[in-house]
Design a protein around this ligand. Structure first.
Ligand SMILES: [Zn+2]
Length: 222
């Protein structure tokens, strides 16, 4: 589906949502002023306890999160990204000062962006930014190659698959800025690691990665 068709489909779905109110994606309860997920289910999402010094995922990876991330990425529900971002922001707020810190969404290749109609990591960033006050910089990291999906690859395959896919745009940003890379789901950390290593080549030194969830207990970005 091309970009215009995707936009039209999204517009029509908004009208349908208005005419036929939605039920919660998790418990199927009728929704009032909530979008896609009811407040109770949102509050019931399990918080991920495993923290590392350079990476943090906010929710535990379970069937609920798996379904919601799938809806966000493949079922045209961009608002879920914003909802996730706000929930993540509430939990990350205390960790970061607003000074020299920026949020950088992991970019999609233009082909995938056109197909999906939005970058879910940017939407997560906008929710995160609203709560934390941190600036979002979409102009720093560039996706120059369209790699194949990581879904069916093992750890070694994933690292290989993301080699050289990013570049630095050259946009002005102080080299000692703390860069928080934002992604929807981190599995082995291969994508975040490749992104940080690309920017390291240009002199950036401080990195941290956050995601909605992690589907692996392996150490990330080492
Ligand atoms: Zn619910």
């Amino acid at each position: 589906m091309n970009f215009m068709k995707k936009q039209a489909a999204y517009f029509i779905s908004c009208i349908l949502d208005f005419l036929f109110p939605q039920s919660c994606l998790v418990c199927a309860k009728y929704l009032n002023d909530e979008i896609y997920i009811c407040r109770k289910c949102l509050n019931n999402l399990e918080i991920h306890k495993n923290e590392s010094k350079n990476y943090m995922s906010v929710f535990s990876y379970n069937d609920t999160i798996k379904t919601l991330i799938h809806e966000l990425k493949y079922n045209g529900r961009p608002e879920l990204g914003y909802i996730f971002g706000k929930e993540m922001g509430k939990r990350l707020k205390e960790y970061f000062e607003s000074g020299k810190t920026v949020l950088i969404p992991v970019p999609l290749h233009i082909k995938r962006l056109k197909k999906r109609g939005y970058n879910q990591s940017e939407l997560i960033c906008s929710g995160l930014s609203e709560v934390t006050g941190l600036e979002v910089r979409k102009d720093i990291l560039v996706r120059k190659l369209n790699n194949m999906s990581q879904t069916r690859l093992n750890a070694a395959g994933r690292s290989e698959n993301v080699k050289g896919i990013f570049d630095y745009s050259g946009a002005q940003l102080d080299k000692d800025t703390l860069i928080i890379l934002v992604d929807d789901l981190i599995t082995t950390g291969a994508t975040s690691k490749e992104a940080s290593q690309t920017l390291k080549k240009y002199g950036f030194i401080n990195f941290f990665a956050v995601s909605v969830a992690t589907s692996s207990n392996q150490s990330i970005m080492q």
